[in-house]
Structure formats: C-alpha cells, structure tokens
Design a protein around this ligand. Structure first.
Ligand code: GAL
Length: 648
C-alpha cells in the first residue's frame, strides 16, 4: 500500500495569480492530493442555471500541471442563497420547531425532495464535466454529514418522509405499529399513519419506540441522500467515491453510508476534540492540551477503517490551532507529524491537512493552515514535508497488522441510550470508548466492528458493551470468538422495537445468566468488586447458574460465565477494566502491556508505532519484537521528558 499526503485547498478564496505558486509549493512539500470544491456552489452556479466552470477547469489544470491529484467535492453542504428563494422550506427545523437559518453551512433538510433534486442536478453536471478528467482521482460527496447537529430535522418534509417510511416498515398495518410501539400505554394508539407526528414538542418524554423509529428514519435519509449522488457519479467516473465523516457523530449509521462508498475518510482535530467532545477530568485535558487525547483519534481511525471496509483516509488533519472549540491551544511542535504517522500506523492510505492557507476572512480566520494568511510557512508546513520525506523511506507495507482485539460498536445503541439514558451520564459512545481505551492501555491492536459482524474467530478478545440489541447472527458470532468475548453491560436487553424481551435478555449462547434488574449510579457512587475494582455509572443484576467468574462484594455476579462468552454486569472504571482485561489476557497467555498514560501503540506489518511519545535518543529504525520501531519525537512534551525511553 502506498501512503500519501494531501491538503484541502480553496482556489475560489485566492487570486488566480497565486494558484500556480501554491500548487508548486504543495508539490515541493511532497503532497500528492488536493481536495477542492466542496463549498464552491455559489461560484459554480451564481444564479440558477448559470454555470461558471471556467475557473474550476483552470484550478484543476493548474494543480495537475504541478503533478497533484484532485479530490473533487460535491458542493451540496453549502446551498447558495438563491436556493432558498426557490425552496423556502428546504431548511432543517430544530426540535423547538425553528427553521435553521442561512449564513453558515449545512442548512438543509435531508428529506427535502426539492433540495435533493437540486443536488442531483449539480452533481450530474459536475460528473459530466469532470468524471473522466484524469486529474480528478477521487470524489468527496457533500461534507461532514451530521456536523453541527444536522441529521435530525422536524420539518414538514421530514414529517411526510417519516410517515411514508413507517408505512413501509409496518407494511401499511397501523395495528402492527401500535403493537410494536406499545401505544396502548397512555392512550397513544393511532388510527392512521397520517396521524403520526415527529417526536418533538411532546409534553413529557415521547414513546422511546417512536423516537427510535424516527432516529432510524433520519439515519436512512442520510443514506438515501448520499446514495443519490453515488448513483449519479458511478456512471460518470471510475474514481473512488468517499465522504469525510467527523469525530463522535453518532446520529446516522456510518456503516450504512460507508457501504455505498469506496473509501471512508474522517476529519481529525485532536486538540479541538479534547476540548470539545470528551468526558475527561480537567487534569487529563490539561495534560494532553497540546497533543490531544491518546485514544480519541485512534478510536476513529479504527472505526473508519471498519466503515471503509479496510480503505480509509484522514481527509482533514489539524495543522495548528482551530477556531471552533471552547479553547484553541496550539499543538506542540511535532504533533502535525505525529498525528499523520499515527494515522498511517492504523492503516490510512492518505492524510490531508486542513487547510493550505489560513483564511484572513469569515468564520475560520482563527484556524491555522500549512501557510499563514500572508503565505509564509506556518509550523505544520515543515512537519508535513518531513512526513513526506519519511514516507518515501518507509517500506510499502500492506498496511496495519491484523488486530487481536475487537470492539463491537453500533449506532442504534447510541440512539437508544440517547433516548432512554436512564442515568444522566450514560452514553453509548462513552461506554464503548472506555472499553476501547482499556484495550489500548493493554497494548492490543483493535478492530472496531459493526453489529452485523459475522465472524469473530480471528479475535482473541472481543468487547461488546452497551449494545441495544443482539441479533441472532451476532450471538452466533460471539459464540465463535477465537478467545473470550465479554458482553455487556447493558447489552441485548431490548428488542429492536425498544421493549424488554420476555424471556429476559441477553440470552447468550450456552450461558445461563439473565439480567433481572439494572441500576444507574450517580457520580461518586460505585459498586465494589471482589477483585478490588468497581463498577461506575451502570450495573446489571444477574440471575442464573452460570459460573461466577468475578463477584461484587454484595455477592452478585460481576462477570458470569467461564467459557468463551461471558456477561459483564457493570461499567468498570479504568482501573477495573485493566484488572478484568489483564485476567483475560493472562488466561489466554497473551502479552499484556500496561502502557503508561500517554503512550500507545499500533502495529503495522513492518513497524511498531508508538505515539504520542518521546524517545529523543531513539532514531528509527530500531528493532522491536521483529518489527521496526517507529518512534515519533516530540521535542517539548510535558508527558514524557526528553530522553525518556520506554522499554517493554
Ligand atoms: C471541518 C470542516 C471544514 C472546516 C474544519 C475546521 O469540520 O469539514 O470545512 O470547517 O472543520 O476545523
């Protein structure tokens, strides 16, 4: 596999006179890819039907003349102002019933047919014009579905779409819907699909089954919206189609969108995410202020490798301070390089920095680029050039090494536990991420798998926490795990209709262990376990004859089952995850690292890559367990003083 670098560029932001020099500098930096066009609709079609392709033709030619390959974005995340005159009701509507205004981006409702048709029109034109252009080597569809809370919409278009969707799901049988949702409760029965509303503005909480179907519908609308563009482009280009997903966006099923695309990409802003999207102590945030959380990026690298069925990129890599988090510190020198190497270690085919030059105008003027607004190099330019030189020296390995561990992560669970968290701090992502971090601390290579994973035999350790439902194929796959699968807490305790199954769950093959009661725990309260650990946030009480592998001090099982599938009956805190995993790894006679906070690893087929880390005295390559050790040197890390050497 060939690894490459790229950058996001907005030729429409800059005088044409500097394009050629920009392109030459990109090539000189060692970049391969340039993503353009994803927000350019108002310059491509300033008035409806009046197309201005000339500038885009010249931009592509100029980049190509410098030897660069173009990723062309479809501009559908930024409908121009005239679109609203034509389709005033195309705006998404928030849960309070307010339309979202023009003046930024993503101001559309996925369900609006008129807007979908406009998107199809511009995409068809773009495809006709550039589909066979040899320099357009990939296509990005739209930009960051779901960013800025844009999946859920309570518009008229969404309402009509939802009714149609329900009609199809329940085969026109309103009685079936009433039964599935339990509408006898609180006299919520419907006589007709047209009586059903979207689940906002209710007096108290709406029926969770209603919400769950509305979430499935909203996710399907993203899939359909994407599919329309995919279908138009497939017949017009052979170049790969991709989308740039975001960090910790769970409102739509990324696996389902990814199934229609060739490559998954995501936008990695480690420092912004640390500040903006992570539950962590102030001390943790202070410690990793300029590096980003040690696991958040890796989680998404592994997730999107799964979404892309092996093929994935970072489409936007943070190069310096961003503008959108509550606080926006600058990365340590070296981070733009380290983040790229970490992504490659997880199997990325390409890493593209966002953006080429910092814009002196509009919303993102405080967002760094590879160049400053005056075109002088910003710190990340030199780091990108260094990565390019290093990539040239790396062997063209076949990507990341196979993983020993897997985490099952699904989006329905995120919708379900948003709908009925039961504990104010319960989140499916948070639980899954705590499990992932434990696997990382143990030094394991990890795959993140969808809930329809059918073969787990290659994995020694599988964690399946917080899964709303367990399908029969997943139960079978868990039973066939190559080592130990720990299922739970809160896994398999609901039906797809959002009801409690009878007999009670989770009904794991060969395991007599039933969850008869669950409780959530406020901050500061925990359930002590016999091994010195504790459960926090959540606890399932288990009955049954299964072997009690670990008990709580009150006598209830904490882990039930001694075979390959075991039920985990609570949410372990970090130290408890380590104890539990340590036992499993010891039992399986697997290597068990206990990596210090801030040091993580990922194996490729040729290297063991250890970021973020400080090994001033270790110049790669060094031999390490039959792999080359690729150590990334960060000159000023507060986590590891210069000169610290970590040895296994
Ligand atoms: C991404 C987005 C880019 C830019 C960037 C700033 O979410 O795709 O267009 O806004 O963030 O960090």
């Amino acid at each position: 596999m060939k690894r490459s670098l790229g950058v996001c560029y907005y030729p429409e932001h800059w005088p044409e006179a500097i394009w050629a020099e920009d392109a030459a500098r990109m090539a000189e930096t060692g970049l391969t890819w340039v993503r353009i066009g994803e927000f350019a609709w108002s310059r491509l079609e300033p008035r409806r039907g009046e197309f201005h392709w000339d500038w885009l033709d010249r931009a592509i030619d100029t980049l190509a003349a410098a030897g660069l390959k173009v990723v062309l974005g479809t501009p559908t995340a930024t409908p121009p102002r005239w679109m609203l005159d034509r389709h005033p009701d195309m705006l998404a509507v928030d849960a309070e019933g307010r339309p979202r205004g023009f003046g930024s981006r993503r101001h559309y409702c996925f369900s609006h047919f008129g807007y979908r048709t406009e998107c199809a029109r511009i995409v068809e034109k773009l495809g006709n014009r550039y589909g066979r252009n040899p320099h357009v080597a990939a296509w990005q569809i739209d930009n960051e579905y779901g960013c800025h809370d844009t999946v859920l919409s309570y518009s008229e278009a969404a309402l009509h779409g939802f009714r149609k969707w329900l009609h199809a799901r329940y085969k026109g049988d309103i009685g079936a819907l009433n039964r599935a949702w339990g509408n006898v409760f609180w006299s919520m029965d419907y006589a007709d699909f047209d009586d059903i509303g979207l689940p906002n503005l209710t007096v108290t909480e709406p029926n969770p089954s209603h919400v769950m179907d509305s979430r499935r519908f909203a996710s399907d609308e993203v899939v359909v919206f994407n599919q329309i563009q995919v279908d138009l482009l497939r017949s017009r280009t052979d170049a790969p189609l991709l989308h740039n997903y975001m960090g910790r966006i769970t409102e739509f099923d990324h696996y389902a969108v990814g199934a229609d695309l060739d490559i998954a990409t995501w936008d990695s802003y480690p420092i912004g995410f640390l500040s903006d999207r992570l539950e962590a102590t102030p001390e943790h945030k202070a410690r990793f202020l300029r590096q980003g959380d040690p696991d958040f990026q890796a989680f998404h690298h592994d997730l999107y490798r799964g979404v892309g069925r092996g093929r994935w990129w970072v489409m936007e890599q943070q190069p310096g301070p961003v503008n959108w988090a509550p606080w926006n510190p600058a990365p340590l020198p070296g981070m733009a390089r380290l983040w790229a190497h970490e992504a490659f270690a997880h199997g990325a085919e390409a890493v593209c920095y966002f953006r080429w030059r910092q814009a002196p105008f509009a919303q993102e003027q405080n967002h760094a680029g590879l160049l400053r607004p005056d075109s002088a190099p910003a710190p990340a330019l030199g780091e990108a050039a260094e990565v390019a030189r290093e990539l040239a020296q790396l062997p063209e390995g076949a990507g990341c090494a196979p993983a020993e561990a897997a985490l099952v992560f699904d989006y329905e669970s995120a919708w379900a536990w948003d709908t009925q968290p039961q504990g104010a701090d319960f989140s499916a992502f948070r639980l899954a991420f705590s499990a992932y971090r434990a696997l990382r601390r143990a030094g394991l290579n990890i795959d993140i798998l969808p809930p329809d994973a059918s073969d787990l035999s290659a994995y020694k350790v599988v964690l399946a926490p917080g899964l709303f439902t367990l399908s029969d194929p997943l139960r079978a796959a868990l039973a066939g795990v190559g080592g130990v699968a720990l299922v739970g807490p809160r896994s398999g305790l609901r039906t797809p209709n959002f009801a409690i199954p009878v007999p009670l769950g989770p009904r794991l093959a060969g395991l007599d262990a039933t969850v008869v009661l669950s409780e959530s725990l406020p901050p500061g309260v925990s359930v002590p376990l016999a091994n010195g650990g504790r459960f926090v946030h959540w606890r399932d009480v288990i009955e049954g004859d299964a072997e009690v592998r670990l008990a709580a001090t009150d006598g209830h099982p904490a882990i039930a089952g001694g075979g390959s599938v075991r039920l985990l009956a609570g949410w372990p805190d970090d130290a408890t995850w380590d104890l539990i995993l340590g036992d499993v790894l010891a039992e399986l006679e697997m290597d068990h690292l206990n990596l210090p906070d801030g040091l993580r690893l990922r194996d490729t087929e040729t290297h063991r890559v250890l970021p973020p880390l400080l090994l001033a005295d270790c110049t790669p390559p060094t031999h390490y367990q039959n792999r080359l050790l690729l150590a990334i040197h960060i000159p000023q890390s507060p986590t590891f003083p210069v000169g610290t050497r970590y040895d296994h």
